[in-house]
Design a protein around this ligand. Structure first.
Ligand SMILES: [Zn+2]
Length: 361
């Protein structure tokens, strides 16, 4: 174990990932962190492993020029973005990529820059143009943006998340925190209201054999009917989380359909979600490829084959609803194209089922 190269750097990355996880800027397996260790290499968090489960040997050593890596653990799929950032910014040695809520939502409005403030100082946050995650095009767009704004340490990747750089981890983390606060203030201006985020649980249930178990004993019959309808149309679903967050409630009251404004929405939820105007329509809106079922005026039921999956859907839905409200209030936004949504959704399903197969062994 002590023979492992750059052990202290690896431990440091894990420490920082846990700090960011604790303050809510990194969630589940989303986002990634890297640290430059010499002229040609950086260490980066692996793809698809939860921050809580990381150990030093799981951190992957990647070559900046050709992206080759050591060992059999795959580095984050966003390694290309980190590599171009290290090339563009020789002064930076630490990078944090997050899907943090407010900055990600601010990056759906179709703006090239976000103007806000932090600690009474003006703050400009450039937005790199959209491209599908993991692609060279995304890395090129990020490189172009960093080239244009040489003295800025934090940028938004449109419809996706953020990239924060620093001489060291302190600087990069500070940038991510500063950006989230500035984007929260920016969205308050756009939405003319403060928006809380998270999951506000209503009536949950799960399946045990042929029975449906409700978390709340006196779940109303009309709600039970919705759960029954979901389970009958979706044999793959074992958990339902009823999300009544402020944003989900607002969308369930005011919207009639949602298209993805963020990559993770397209991946985990689906390429289009219809919002029924009355409870009779709910049954028809339960689709195999959509992991959210809205109830009129009553938030949304977020479904998954495991509790963990349903929770992920609930969190991504809440963020997607905040983005939706911001775009509505702003009057315009940049939606991800239907084709790109379908590509991401398929890719996610495929890689996810592969992962699930491995976990079964
Ligand atoms: Zn990402």
């Amino acid at each position: 174990m002590n023979d492992i190269a750059y052990l202290e750097d690896r431990k440091h990355i894990i420490r920082i990932s846990r700090d960011l996880h604790e303050i809510g800027l990194l969630v589940r397996t989303w986002g990634n962190i890297s640290s430059r260790v010499d002229d040609n290499h950086f260490l980066i968090t692996p793809s698809g492993i939860r921050y809580e489960d990381l150990t030093p040997e799981m951190i992957v050593l990647v070559n900046i020029d050709d992206l080759s890596y050591e060992g059999n653990i795959k580095p984050s799929s966003e390694s290309k973005v980190h590599a171009v950032a290290y090339k563009e910014r020789p002064d930076c040695n630490f990078i944090v990529h997050t899907h943090q809520v407010f900055a990600s939502c601010a990056g759906t409005l179709g703006l090239k820059k976000i103007f806000s403030y932090f600690d009474d100082e003006d703050m400009t946050i450039p937005v790199a143009a959209y491209a599908l995650p993991g692609t060279q095009k995304l890395a090129d767009n990020v490189a172009r943006c960093l080239k244009k704004f040489r003295d800025i340490n934090g940028i938004i990747m449109a419809n996706h998340g953020t990239l924060c750089l620093g001489i060291n981890s302190n600087e990069a983390v500070y940038e991510a925190e500063r950006m989230e606060s500035a984007c929260n203030d920016f969205l308050i201006d756009v939405c003319k209201m403060d928006m809380t985020h998270g999951v506000e649980v209503g009536y949950n249930s799960h399946r045990e054999g042929n029975n449906i178990v409700y978390d709340i004993k006196d779940t109303p019959e009309r709600v039970k009917l919705i759960h029954k309808q979901i389970y009958s149309k979706r044999p793959d679903v074992n958990y339902i989380i009823h999300n009544k967050s402020e944003a989900a409630m607002m969308v369930s009251r005011r919207a009639n359909h949602m298209r993805p404004l963020l990559d993770d929405f397209a991946q985990l939820i689906g390429t289009e979600v219809k919002i029924p105007s009355n409870e009779d329509e709910i049954y028809h809106n339960i689709k195999k490829t959509v992991n959210v079922v809205f109830a009129p005026n009553d938030g949304a039921y977020c479904v998954g084959s495991t509790e963990d999956d349903a929770e992920a859907v609930a969190m991504v839905l809440d963020k997607g609803c905040i983005a939706y409200i911001a775009v509505m209030r702003n009057g315009e936004g940049h939606y991800i194209s239907k084709l790109e949504c379908i590509k991401m959704n398929r890719h996610y399903r495929k890689s996810y089922s592969k992962l699930a197969d491995i976990n079964k062994d």
